[in-house]
Design a protein around this ligand. Structure first.
Ligand SMILES: [Zn+2]
Length: 434
């Protein structure tokens, strides 16, 4: 592997505070210089941004168990195309990632595919049944830092409290899918005016907020680390904001669809918009944006949830919940939050957006070597993107095995040009590197 010089780009690195035009020289898998120098292959990326590779705290790669929807190879390929160098696959596979064997399998398959690093999330409870704790210790010994039954909540406060207590032993994190299940039986969309009009059972915002409040109280009392996934309501943002003031050890993420789309999308019963937690109202979208802007919500995470067309392309009532996200997250963020190249116009500045997509998620999960620090000696995990390039999402052209993107057909601004994993191209000129 010979040296590469990325010349003339805006280097945005929230970890060091760097935001300037410079050359980035990469050699032997690490950054060797940020400045005026150059060595080896010169790639002119004038007009582009060089940023730390993106880190996704929340993806469903479906392997083992549902390889018709996604595999670790296809999902991590989609991640690399989206500018990610690290992703955290959730544990709701079949078999469930509730013991060391599945963790090892996921790590091995990802390493063989070579597109992206993976940091598997272990299950909190055996078989996601919410009863006995999973083998947290043996998974932690393999480096697992976060446990979640995501897809399902840990409904018992007693089990949640025990999980937080154990996780604290390794200073690990519990991420609970925030949904009080007795409030969401048969729910199909956000509870509100539109759910009454459409005749669909509503999913009240309180179902999320009650669970988040419970978990914040438990985590606070124990001094344990809690991560709140896919924040979807204004009330949840408020709860987390207040908890942070109190010193609760909480981090949170929001998904691109929750800061861009509302329940109005559901009006035509197109199941591509069916997701858990559901699309909410414009007031919630604004609150989530506010939470990202003021740091209440640390990270943007996709909740990438592929479903094979034979399942997702059904009537609303039959279709499963979930949306693709890996190949559109950066562009949706740039288009909707940063508003393209003009930092001043958006909810977030470009450095804030990079922090939410890379630096903050890496830190919140103790992921070393990702999330920035673009300086000599650091692993060259980088994304190069053109913040002004317009493109239209074509769901048939995605690397994912599924095509359930809610952004299909939309024109977005901002496109990944290159992704480098330890100095090696995983994506070059917008295409998966061979
Ligand atoms: Zn979830």
């Amino acid at each position: 592997m010979s040296a590469i010089t990325l010349t003339g780009a805006r280097v945005v690195d929230p970890a060091t505070g760097r935001d300037e035009t410079a050359n980035v020289v990469v050699d032997g898998g690490v950054v060797t210089e940020v400045g005026q120098g150059s060595a080896g292959l010169r790639l002119d990326v004038d007009g582009c941004v060089v940023a730390p590779g993106l880190v996704d705290l929340h993806v469903h790669l479906r392997e083992p168990g549902s390889e018709d929807a996604e595999t670790i190879a296809s999902g991590t390929a989609a991640a690399a195309l989206g500018g990610f160098t690290a992703v955290c696959p959730m544990a709701n596979t079949a078999p469930v990632t509730d013991h060391a064997g599945v963790v090892e399998q996921v790590l091995r398959l990802a390493r063989e595919a070579g597109h992206c690093d993976t940091y598997p999330v272990g299950a909190v409870t055996r078989g996601l049944r919410g009863e006995e704790l999973a083998e947290l210790g043996t998974m932690a010994a393999l480096g697992v830092r976060c446990f979640s039954d995501d897809g399902l909540p840990v409904r018992s406060a007693r089990v949640m409290r025990r999980a937080l207590t154990y996780a604290r032993t390794w200073d690990a994190i519990i991420c609970n899918h925030a949904e009080e299940p007795t409030l969401t039986e048969d729910a199909e969309m956000n509870e509100g005016e539109l759910s009454s009009v459409l005749g669909l059972a509503g999913w009240p915002r309180e179902a999320e907020e009650v669970m988040v409040a419970r978990d914040l109280i438990l985590a606070h009392g124990l001094g344990a680390r809690l991560h709140v996934p896919h924040v979807s309501t204004a009330g949840t943002v408020d709860l987390i904001r207040r908890a942070k003031v109190l010193g609760t050890r909480v981090t949170a993420e929001a998904a691109p669809h929750h800061f861009t789309l509302t329940d109005a999308c559901v009006a035509d019963y197109d199941a591509v918009y069916k997701v858990n937690p559901p699309l909410r109202t414009m007031a919630d979208v604004d609150a989530v944006r506010g939470g990202l802007a003021d740091g209440t919500i640390d990270a943007i995470a996709t909740d990438h949830a592929p479903h094979a067309p034979e399942f997702k392309d059904q009537e609303w009532g039959q279709a499963p919940c979930g949306m693709l996200g890996l190949e559109t997250a950066l562009a949706v963020t740039l288009t909707e939050l940063v508003r393209a190249a003009d930092d001043a116009a958006g909810d977030l500045t470009l450095p804030q957006a990079v922090a939410a997509l890379s630096t903050n998620p890496a830190r919140s999960r103790d992921i070393a070597g990702h999330g920035g620090g673009i300086e000599p000696g650091a692993p060259a995990n980088l994304v190069v993107f053109d913040p002004a390039q317009r493109w239209t999402v074509d769901a048939t052209q995605l690397a994912s095995r599924s095509r359930n993107s809610p952004f299909a057909g939309r024109e977005l601004t901002g496109k990944v040009v290159h992704t480098l994993l330890r100095g090696r191209f995983t994506v070059r000129d917008g295409r998966l590197a061979g």
